[in-house]
Write a protein that binds this ligand. Structure first.
Ligand SMILES: Nc1ncnc2c1ncn2[C@@H]1O[C@H](COP(=O)(O)OP(=O)(O)O)[C@@H](O)[C@H]1O
Ligand SMILES: Cc1ncc(COP(=O)(O)O)c(N)n1
Length: 269
């Protein structure tokens, strides 16, 4: 028996055939942080930088087998949750998390892709709110996702501050509410909320449309937690990492959508 196991990060999310988001972004992020990455694929997408052509959801029994295989062998330090597709998948993931009780769960409540494609069935919103939010150490909604979770609009930075506190009341211990979608010419501001209060994390707004930013952010937080950083520090470092990865991003597809440079961002400060 190997008692000197390194700490691994597990992503439970969807595969992006285009390599920019989902499981592919998560594993690149873990590797770029020097953390061993594990994956349990909850859904497969036929996707490129212009959109999602098809979605396949494997049987939940097979998803559970992937998750159990990871916990049976590895020292899982943190779990990152991404695209979970529907309420049945959410129930299976919640059951697995209760059985294995990882130290940290980073929940990216993926609902709609940048391209507009739905990645979570609308009926699954309630399951996400009731079954997963209470299990999350950190939840990282973007503005439209926070609006759906809370059932009301968020118009400005004041609204984001109130929404971050409301999301904590729904059961998430820590909230990182992402501000990329706020119509504003100033900095992009993400609002961080934990038991000690609120903090704002600002970065200059880049004039680009990117794909996989939310996946990368949540995975970078999970990697930071595996490396032993406190949640607040892991969140702040992850936003800096995403900013660098965006700034150095590239366009592998035929459109204008930028894919993040996960490894370049890890080499620069
Ligand atoms: N135009 C931008 N310029 C700089 N940073 C951005 C921009 N858009 C998003 N970000 C950053 O990327 C991360 C993801 O944000 P957001 O786009 O709101 O979420 P999502 O990718 O889930 O839609 C956040 O940390 C946010 O600050
Ligand atoms: C499999 C999968 N998971 C998540 C996203 C969201 O990423 P984004 O909002 O950046 O398009 C995606 N497009 N595909």
């Amino acid at each position: 028996m190997n008692d000197d196991r390194i700490v691994s990060a597990l992503t439970i999310a969807g595969s992006d055939s285009g390599g920019g988001a989902g499981i592919q972004a998560d594993l690149k992020t873990f590797a770029a942080h020097g953390v061993h990455g594990l994956s349990a694929i909850a859904a497969l997408t036929a996707q490129h930088t212009r959109g999602v052509a098809a979605v396949h959801v494997p049987p939940v029994g097979f998803l559970r087998a992937q998750i159990d295989a990871c916990f049976d062998d590895f020292a899982v330090g943190a779990v990152k949750l991404g695209m979970l597709a529907n309420a049945e998948v959410i129930a299976a993931v919640a059951g697995a998390l209760r059985a294995h009780a990882p130290a940290f769960v980073v929940l990216d409540p993926v609902m709609v892709a940048t391209s507009g494609a739905r990645l979570l069935e609308p009926e699954a919103l309630q399951a996400l709110r009731e079954r997963l939010l209470p299990l999350a150490s950190v939840v990282t909604p973007n503005l439209p996702e926070a609006e759906l979770l809370l059932g009301h609009a968020i118009a400005d930075l004041d609204g984001m501050r109130a929404a971050a506190a409301e999301l904590r009341e729904l059961g998430a211990r820590t909230v990182l509410l992402k501000g990329g979608h706020l119509i504003d010419d100033g900095d992009v501001v993400d609002v961080y909320a934990d038991a000690d209060g609120l903090r704002e994390i600002a970065h200059p707004r880049l004039r680009i449309q990117a794909h996989g930013t939310g996946c990368t952010l949540a995975s970078a937080i999970a990697a930071g937690l595996c490396l032993g950083f406190p949640i607040a520090d892991a969140c702040a470092a992850a936003t800096d990492y995403v900013h660098r990865a965006l700034r150095q991003g590239y366009r592998p597809g035929s459109g204008d959508i930028v894919v993040l440079d996960h490894f370049g961002a890890a080499r620069t400060r």
